[in-house]
Ligand binder design. Structure first.
Ligand code: B3K
Ligand code: ZN
Length: 885
């Protein structure tokens, strides 16, 4: 909690640290009502930081200082200065050591940052600035140190004691306590420190690295979860192999551990050799986790593992560089998931997510560049922009250099900077140097916020047989109010002839026609590319694979979009053509609703989707993606002023029309797939994910018909499915249906069966919180009283409140403002308990500019109420004040 106005921190003020910490020796004495932390820091003056011996200012928060010693001298309170967040000492020489003892209270730490308790176990979360809540330290990523850690705790309650690196000793004490010492041979910043103590079981395996070293792999969980670790273990081994094969990166310690904890602010954390995970990102087995959950586990295990190189061996100089590790690592995990599953489907899902949520962030009050230049609270900058857009930026480098050039660049980056704390500029420089290219203009992607617009127009000259595409780029204003300069936008394109065949592409001035798909680099505000030898006016396929994170517009008519849906050789663009067609149709219906007209659906959408549904050649996961209409959140994002009711009504109308008109095709594919599912044991692999995806989206359409045979099929699937993917879909379909008696029974039997599994209960909460049927807020309020709910667990808050405010738009945006009031009350309550979660949950209110005047006023009033509610954490203060600015 702050006592003064939180301060803005600027990248331009970066200064190298005055002192370095060569060695860090920690001893933790864990007790039920406090913990003692003894730290010995072997320090020296940083030769790169100038002359003299300036005061040593250590970071520290919520610490009770018991003693401090400089070399052999015990200091008295006259020898140092202490305030809320610092301990200042006055070293007398260039080399010295600092010893401190502090008392902390993990047992009452509800912020889940620093050392805290999750259930009966102790665990840590230090990134970004949590280590300063454990001991006095230079808590900044450019101070890297060699850590030795001893943990002492009661043997009976905490048989397992873990920290980073290799175990070097352990033993009993004579008071019923025991100790273990861990040594991490790699220099690391404090944010990668980790400690775990608990009564844990583990699943063990091993991995032989490419140079033939044997690495012990362990996943630690609470005993009841020991049967849910195999998928994560398989994912870990696949990740380790993939990183060797694709990036040449080998693991470097003799042991790699993952620990699952129930109370965790985000997905997982890449602490050196000791990853700590939200249990939702580790535990998965058929009966309790959906296909989506299995894929999420695979992706997060990979992501954290990949950080061992992109993040840990080469880390960030300061937190403004966060995307250096996060954008690059998301890019790496996306490549891994694409290789393990369907690359096109993975791309579609990532782009749909980016366009819906990151584009909204980029257009809102918290918009910031991939490398922000200021912040108040760094926790607020673990954003979609830093992660997902950051990954797109790395992806564009990959597109511009090609796979081989990119690998040369990443090799040089790792080789040049191993063991260092570096910047995004260093990353780009390695890419440039390895390939002899100049990325100075490209680097604007790191410093300019906002989503660029790219308007494309065409002209065809029949007599000259030339076809020209003109690109006009612009970027909207963002709160940082910078003038935006042109970006380098790689646009992958193809041209289709009237039969749908691809045309070989030759630009004016080129000697011969080349490939049928190529990347144009748009670098100017306006730029024209002319293709020669074009016999008839072609149809362009633009931004294939979503080669840049921009909003591209081209005046396609609906017939052209249907043509691209059928013929484009780029799978991503076939899907995207379908989305553009749906958007056009939906926007027309939204306008009809607003004018009070009868809604009339363009039959071409039905025709287009009928042909997708009937295409047995197409990957079933692609069919499922193509049948999914753009979500309400995406329709909101692309609206000038979002009309909540009109969007919901139009989309529901289209869903019902499709259900009715495509009933036979949907029913046939549903039954065929369900028949296979019934006779196949659950496998967490691509082809099976695809079958279930189509089966389940078909079922959710079919139920809109209300036909008794569909209800019977849903109940059959709900009751007899052997896996959570089918069972949960059936439950969701019932929850959103008008069959009240069946719904109530299903909800009750599900809860009864899974009451002891918190992750499954999270799904149960979400399905109900996300239901668009009237009365959503009352349902959510009632569920908050359910014994399985607690506001102290972030997964529960996300499952219930996050799903309601983020996905149930028609209920959350109720015209009377009740949804807003509810969310604001919750944020005020969470602010005192867990500031990071409080500020995350606030996001929907920050988007007030998107709505009509009445809703704007209601949303702003709630933001004002939060602002005036008392002591705000820096996290909430920053988001609220920027939203109201
Ligand atoms: N690096 C962590 C995120 C830490 C968030 C701190 N508020 C997980 C990840 O991106 O891998
Ligand atoms: Zn990460």
């Amino acid at each position: 909690m702050r006592t003064e106005q939180p301060k803005m921190i600027y990248l331009k003020d970066y200064q190298a640290p005055d002192y370095l910490i060569d060695e860090t020796h920690l001893t933790f004495e864990l007790f039920e009502d406090h913990t003692l932390v003894h730290a010995q820091l072997v320090m020296r003056r940083n030769p790169a930081a100038g002359a003299g011996l300036p005061p040593l200012v250590l970071d520290g928060q919520l610490l009770e200082l018991l003693s401090v010693q400089l070399d052999d001298r015990v200091l008295s309170s006259n020898d140092y200065q202490i305030d809320d967040s610092h301990l200042t000492l006055h070293p007398g020489s260039e080399h010295f050591s600092v010893d401190t003892s502090v008392k902390i209270h993990p047992e009452t730490n509800t912020a889940l940052e620093g050392l805290y308790k999750s259930g009966s176990m102790f665990c840590t979360q230090c990134e970004a600035e949590g280590f300063r809540k454990i001991t006095y330290y230079l808590d900044r990523p450019d101070v890297m140190s060699k850590f030795t850690t001893t943990v002492i705790a009661e043997q009976h309650r905490y048989p397992v004691l873990l920290s980073n690196g290799n175990p070097v000793g352990n033993g009993p004490q004579d008071d019923g306590r025991h100790w273990a010492t861990w040594e991490d041979p790699f220099m690391k910043p404090a944010y990668l420190f980790a400690l775990v103590a608990g009564d844990l079981w583990c699943v063990e395996d091993s991995f032989a690295t490419m140079s033939g070293r044997n690495v012990a792999l362990r996943i630690y969980v609470e005993p009841e979860n020991i049967d849910k670790c195999q998928h994560a273990m398989n994912s870990l081994k696949k990740s380790m192999r993939w990183d060797e094969e694709v990036y040449g990166r080998e693991y470097d310690l003799d042991i790699f551990m993952i620990v699952a904890v129930n109370d965790f602010n985000m997905g997982a954390m890449e602490n050196k050799g000791l990853n700590i995970f939200n249990s939702s990102a580790v535990l998965a087995r058929a009966e309790t986790a959906t296909d989506a959950a299995h894929q999420r586990v695979e992706a997060i295990v990979a992501h954290e593992y990949f950080h061992n190189w992109s993040g840990n061996r080469v880390t960030c100089r300061d937190w403004f560089q966060l995307s250096l590790k996060e954008g690059f690592t998301v890019f790496r995990d996306a490549g891994f998931s694409a290789d393990m599953n369907s690359a096109t489907v993975k791309r579609i899902q990532d782009v749909a997510y980016l366009r819906t949520h990151q584009f909204a962030e980029d257009a809102g009050p918290m918009a910031h560049a991939v490398r922000p230049d200021s912040f108040i609270e760094i926790s607020n900058f673990y954003t979609l922009t830093v992660y997902e857009k950051g990954s797109e930026v790395v992806g564009m480098i990959h597109t511009l250099l090609g796979a081989e050039g990119f690998r040369k660049g990443s090799d040089l980056y790792f080789q040049r900077h191993d063991g260092q704390a570096v910047t995004c500029d260093d990353f780009v420089k390695a890419m440039e140097d390895a390939n002899g290219v100049d990325f100075s203009q490209f680097k604007r992607w790191y410093s300019q916020a906002g989503t660029p617009r790219l308007a494309v127009s065409e002209s065809y000259d029949a007599s000259a047989r030339t076809y020209s595409l003109t690109f006009r780029q612009s970027c909207p204003q963002t709160p940082d109010k910078q003038e935006k300069l042109p970006f380098v936008i790689p646009v992958e394109i193809g041209l289709l002839d009237a039969q749908g065949a691809e045309i070989a592409l030759q630009l004016t001035g080129e000697v011969a026609a080349g490939a049928t798909s190529r990347v144009l680099s748009v670098t100017e505000a306006e730029q024209t590319f002319t293709f020669v030898g074009i016999a008839a006016k072609p149809l362009p396929s633009l931004l294939r694979g979503f080669s840049a994170p921009v909003k591209l517009s081209f005046p396609y008519d609906r017939d052209q979009l249907m043509f691209l849906m059928q013929h484009d050789s780029d799978g991503f663009n076939r899907w995207d053509a379908g989305q553009q067609l749906s958007v056009q149709v939906l926007q027309e219906l939204i306008a009809q609703h607003q004018k009070g007209e009868t809604l009339v659906l363009d039959p071409r959408l039905v025709t287009a989707l009928r042909s997708v549904l009937g295409n047995e050649q197409l990957d079933q996961a692609m069919v499922a993606e193509m049948l999914s209409l753009p979500g309400e959140a995406y329709l909101t994002e692309i609206s000038e002023v979002a009309d909540v009711e009109a969007i919901h009504t139009a989309r529901e109308f289209v869903r019902r029309q499709l259900a009715e008109q495509l009933f036979d095709g949907l029913w046939q594919r549903y039954q065929a797939n369900r028949a296979v599912s019934k006779t196949t044991v659950y496998v967490a692999e691509n082809e099976h994910f695809a079958r279930r995806a189509l089966q389940n989206i078909a079922l959710s359409y079919l139920m809109l018909s209300g036909k008794p045979e569909v209800l019977a099929a849903t109940l059959e699937q709900f009751e007899s499915a052997d896996n959570m993917t089918e069972r949960l879909t059936a439950l969701a379909v019932l929850v959103n249906s008008p069959f009240e008696a069946e719904k109530a029974l299903a909800l009750a039997s599900f809860a009864e069966h899974f009451k002891d599994n918190p992750l499954v209960m999270d799904q149960w909460f979400s399905v109900q919180a996300g239901s668009p049927l009237p009365g959503g807020l009352q349902r959510v309020k009632a569920l908050m009283e359910h014994p399985a709910f607690t506001i102290k667990n972030p997964n529960k808050v996300r499952a219930l409140i996050g799903a309601f405010a983020g996905q149930n738009l028609i209920n959350f945006h109720a015209a009377d403002g009740s949804g807003y009031r509810f969310l604001a009350d919750l944020v005020i309550q969470l602010n005192a308990l867990n500031p990071q979660i409080a500020s995350r949950q606030l996001a929907p209110l920050t988007r007030w500019r998107k709505y009509d005047d009445a809703r704007q006023a209601l949303m702003k009033a709630e933001l004002e109420r939060i602002r005036g509610s008392g002591e705000l954490s820096a996290d909430v203060y920053e988001v609220v004040s920027k939203s109201l600015a």
